[in-house]
Design a protein around this ligand. Structure first.
Ligand SMILES: [Zn+2]
Length: 127
C-alpha cells in the first residue's frame, strides 16, 4: 500500500520522509497513513461526468463530448483505483452516459442519413 506526494502525486512509501520524484518533504505521511477522511475527488472523474452531460447538446458536439467523456472516465477509474480517491460513481456514470449517448447519436445519424439518401433517390427517380 503506497501513499502519495502532496506536491506531485508520485507514489511514496509510508516510511519515506522525502518524495523520490520531486524531493518534497513528506511531514504527515505517517499520520495520514490509512486515513481516508481527507481523500480528494478525482478531477478526471468530474470532468468525464460533465463531458457526458455536455454530450446531450447536439449531434457532433455530443459525439465529441461523449468520446472525451469515455476517455476521461476510463482514466479516472484507473487513477481512483491506484490513488484510492473519491468519485468512482461519477466515473461510472460518465462512462455509462457517454456510451449511451454515442449509441443514441450514431443511431440518429444513421436515421437522418437514411432520410437524406431516401430524398436523393426520390430526386434521381424524378429526373
Ligand atoms: Zn513529489
Amino acid at each position: 500500500m503506497a501513499n502519495f506526494c502532496e506536491k506531485c502525486g508520485y507514489p511514496v512509501k509510508h516510511n519515506e520522509s522525502f518524495c523520490a520524484n520531486c524531493g518534497a518533504a513528506l511531514p504527515n505521511i505517517n499520520y495520514n497513513y490509512n486515513c481516508n477522511a481527507d481523500t480528494n475527488y478525482n478531477t478526471m472523474a468530474i470532468a468525464g461526468f460533465i463531458l457526458s452531460i455536455c454530450s446531450f447538446f447536439g449531434v457532433y458536439l455530443g459525439i465529441i463530448c461523449a468520446i472525451l467523456g469515455i476517455i476521461f472516465s476510463a482514466i479516472a477509474k484507473k487513477q481512483i483505483r491506484v490513488r484510492n480517491e473519491k468519485g468512482n460513481s461519477f466515473a461510472t456514470a460518465g462512462l455509462v452516459i457517454s456510451i449511451i449517448m454515442i449509441v443514441v447519436w450514431t443511431v440518429l445519424l444513421f436515421i437522418t442519413g437514411g432520410f437524406i439518401l431516401g430524398w436523393f433517390i426520390h430526386f434521381l427517380e424524378a429526373l
